[in-house]
Design a protein around this ligand. Structure first.
Ligand code: FAD
Length: 381
């Protein structure tokens, strides 16, 4: 067993870390306060090749693997977590998905402009009446000659207010079955496709989230993405990778919590001593370091499995669940270590705390991860 990063992954880590220190750290607090997606940084990420992990070189990507993407996402989230969330939708849910299931024409048309940072993408699954209950989606694509007519509403969609392209999961037949779903690629500007105002959120404020409405959107069959009538199965393969990457959000935030806390524990003097010399504070710091190490190591293993071509179903859920809960606890402790200063916006830990909570909700809640893990355990025993 070799736990060291490959030379390529180490170089990726060094370069994205440097990028974040220069481009993101100085504005992370400001874009959170202003609830602003930093389009200029997104463009630079594209120009420097950070949006193209998991995308073959012929479509402008770096041809890297899930591990490469994990490393990029963790560093983005360590700096400004919302940026990591928005980028993952573009790289994994849109580009990787399109490269995996799209036609040659779709790959050439849609992937390079997102990979180079000129276009932003969204992935539309969740609906007002179908969150955890994915198979209950009500957005319908009805056949009309050689075209489809799409009607429905998607909600909580990352990047929706600014996206140029949208992958949309629809029902083309049946009701509540795993069969009968079809995915489409749609473009902003299509008649009947309307996006709502960005939601005001607790955290991840630099990542715009909103609704997408489809009112008799007429599309040609060339807009079908992947296997017609089997869109859910296509989608679930990406969802597993998304869950492994949710662990990167968590470890990035938890690393930021640890960095801030250890710094503060050395600087802050009470009772004539550094607060880091008090055993209660030391306990929080060592729990943070230990849990972060556990979460990252297991998430790396899950990425490695995926990159070996193995299925990562309950493994991805375990990585997401453990890492997300660990990040929320680390963020709580980071606020605690900072005392009153942890509760005000002059220090970044209150942002980490707000950002960390999404991990237990987005991409499948913690309860749903437990169901997936338990189902697998029941099958295996
Ligand atoms: C900031 C943000 C960004 C997002 N981005 C996207 C995106 O880009 N694309 C997209 O498609 N979606 C996106 N989502 C949606 C996200 O994936 C859903 O919010 C999530 O899956 C939960 O669905 P829900 O909100 O409808 O909650 P619900 O499903 O209504 O769940 C409510 C509560 O009930 C519990 N619950 C539900 N069913 C069960 C059960 N069977 N057993 C036990 N407990 C259960 C849940 O765990 C939760 O605690 C985003 C959400 C947020 C907040």
């Amino acid at each position: 067993m070799d736990f060291t990063l490959s030379e390529e992954h180490r170089m990726t880590q060094q370069s994205i870390r440097k990028f974040c220190r220069v481009e993101l750290d100085p504005i992370a607090g400001e874009i959170d306060r202003e609830e602003r997606f930093p389009a200029e940084v997104y463009k630079k990420l594209g120009r420097e090749g950070f949006l193209g992990a998991l995308v073959p070189q012929e479509y402008g990507g770096s041809g890297s693997d899930l591990m490469g993407m994990y490393i990029i996402k963790e560093e983005l989230c360590r700096s400004a977590a919302g940026m990591g969330v928005s980028v993952t939708i573009c790289t994994l849910n849109f580009c990787h998905f399109t490269c995996r299931f799209g036609t040659e024409e779709q790959k050439q048309k849609y992937v390079p402009p997102v990979v180079n940072g000129d276009k932003v993408a969204a992935y539309c699954l969740t609906e007002p009446n179908a969150g955890s209950d994915t198979l209950g989606i009500e957005t319908r694509a009805r056949r009309d000659g050689d075209r489809f007519v799409i009607n429905g509403t998607k909600t909580f969609i990352t990047n929706a207010p600014i996206a140029d392209h949208f992958i949309v999961v629809t029902r083309t037949s049946g009701d509540r079955s795993i069969d009968g779903a079809t995915n489409f690629i749609l473009d902003r500007g299509m008649e009947g496709l309307i996006t709502g105002e960005p939601f005001e959120k607790l955290g991840m404020k630099c990542s715009p989230t909103g609704e997408v409405f489809f009112e008799d959107v007429r599309v040609s069959k060339e807009q079908v993405l992947g296997t017609k009538e089997d869109g859910f199965r296509d989608m679930f393969t990406t969802l597993n990778a998304e869950r492994a990457l949710a662990a990167a959000t968590a470890t990035g935030i938890a690393q930021a919590c640890f960095d801030a806390s250890i710094r503060y524990a050395r600087e802050r003097i009470q009772f004539g001593r550094q607060i880091g010399t008090f055993q209660f504070v030391q306990g929080m710091l060592s729990d943070m370091a230990m849990n972060l190490e556990m979460a990252r190591n297991y998430a790396h293993k899950v990425c490695w499995l995926y990159d070996q071509g193995k299925t990562i179903r309950h493994e991805a859920s375990m990585a997401k669940l453990f890492a997300s809960e660990m990040a929320v606890k680390s963020a709580l402790d980071a606020v605690q270590i900072h005392g009153g200063y942890g509760y005000i916006k002059d220090f970044p830990v209150e942002r980490y705390f707000r950002d960390s909570k999404l991990g237990e909700i987005g991409g499948g809640t913690s309860e749903i991860q437990k169901l997936i893990i338990a189902r697998q355990l029941m099958r295996a025993t």
